[in-house]
Design a protein around this ligand. Structure first.
Ligand code: ZN
Length: 87
């Protein structure tokens, strides 16, 4: 899967940046709603990279959603997309 440099989420352009781990507060990705940016660790690849991108996209769709809910939805949606050959 090719990771785009920019996504449109809810009508807003969001930049996707690959950064070193020390540039992320925790985990492997970070959604910033002030700068409309998604940061992803540059050490990720394959399934972990795709799942992390989806996770951060869901944060941008609903900034108020709890971390556990975002984790649940991102994993369930990712599995459904894979199982039905969307990705
Ligand atoms: Zn998260």
């Amino acid at each position: 899967m090719t990771i785009p440099k920019q996504l449109k989420i809810g009508g807003i352009l969001v930049d996707v940046k690959f950064v070193d781990d020390e540039d992320i507060n925790k985990d492997c990705g970070e959604a910033n709603f002030k700068t409309n940016t998604i940061k992803i660790s540059n050490r990720l690849n394959g399934n972990n990279l795709e799942l992390t991108l989806l996770h951060e996209m869901i944060h941008h769709i609903d900034p108020a959603m709890s971390e556990s809910r975002v984790e649940l939805y991102s994993r369930a949606l990712y599995q459904a997309l894979k199982d039905n050959n969307f990705i």
